[in-house]
Design a protein around this ligand. Structure first.
Ligand code: CP
Length: 304
């Protein structure tokens, strides 16, 4: 079983992973040897703080071992992804890959003899969504019937949130004046619409009504953030998105909890006062990446 997105997962399976993450958080000792002798290869084409740290620490705390592999230092750069993965999956028990392109991850999954976890590509970020849903369940004691409003650019994080929410009974309303075309998955959105749990609108005030959570994310993907070639597009996006910044004025009269998957760009998608407000659960959400990583590893390595 791979975790590329949530398409192969039932709502029940997602809830089991989320509940396991909560259980592991409260009973770390019980799982100290759960992955004894197992190795996880973590291969990165892009930068990361949370995904790298959470999976590496998860393996250590579960009794296993993680290898950090910078794509640029490997022979993946000069050979076929299929062949290199055939080899890699014969020496490790699991692969977590943060690749630029989902098509390459699909090749990796096809070649691999062991589970492959999507560590965030241009289309999906499933391990983030597991931590998000876990945080929501911890806060509210349930998922079914909750409402989350995502305000920002429609991107990979947004796709995985939509998938995760509709499968676990959470209503999700997106306010996304810009759609990141590389992340487009029309099939996912069509399926989401059919459930009645997904809506999209540009009326942010209407969307915020009865919201339990407000979620935002970067307006520019990490691989382009400091790229001079992307500067004009970045400026254009800032102009379009600034009226949708999650700030005190936008949230006036609403009491939703505030979420962000990080890294944060203060003063862009979210203001500093909101990040530090009592309603912000951003840092506990980021902490939960560790427990989500543990639960994902335990599930894919068939430990529950
Ligand atoms: N949210 C997230 O995936 O963080 P990193 O990009 O730092 O891994």
């Amino acid at each position: 079983m791979h975790l590329i997105n949530f398409k192969g997962f039932s709502g029940q399976q997602l809830v089991e992973i989320i509940d396991k993450a909560i259980e592991v958080k409260h009973n770390p000792e019980k799982y100290r040897k759960a992955l004894d002798g197992k190795s996880l290869a973590m291969i990165f084409q892009k930068t990361s703080t949370r995904t790298r740290v959470s999976f590496e620490v998860a393996m250590t705390q579960l009794g296993g071992h993680a290898l950090y592999i910078d794509w640029r230092t490997t022979n993946f750069t000069i050979a076929d992804i299929y062949d290199e993965t055939q080899y890699l999956s014969r020496n490790v028990d699991c692969i977590m890959a943060r690749l630029l392109r989902n098509v390459d991850l699909q090749v990796m999954a096809k070649a691999s003899k062991v589970p492959v976890i999507n560590g965030c590509d241009e289309k999906y970020h499933p391990s983030q969504a597991i931590a998000d849903l876990m945080t929501m369940k911890e806060r509210k004691g349930k998922l079914k019937g909750l409402k989350l409003v995502y305000i920002g650019v429609h991107n990979n994080v947004c796709n995985s949130l939509i998938e995760g929410c509709i499968k676990t009974g959470v209503k999700i309303v997106t306010v996304t004046p810009i759609f990141n075309e590389p992340s487009r998955d029309d099939e996912l959105l069509e399926e989401a619409r059919k459930t009645g749990l997904y809506e999209t609108t540009l009326d942010v005030k209407q969307a915020l009504k009865d919201a339990d959570f407000v979620y935002t994310d970067t307006w520019v993907d990490m691989e382009f953030f400091s790229d001079p070639k992307y500067a004009a597009e970045k400026e254009k996006r800032i102009k379009i998105m600034m009226p949708y910044q999650v700030n005190r004025e936008l949230l006036e009269g609403y009491n939703a909890l505030i979420m962000h998957d990080m890294p944060i760009h203060r003063g862009y998608e979210i203001s500093a006062d909101v990040i530090e407000s009592p309603n912000s659960i951003i840092y506990e959400q980021s902490e939960n990446r560790l427990y989500a990583a543990k639960a994902i590893l335990l599930k894919l390595l068939e430990k529950f």
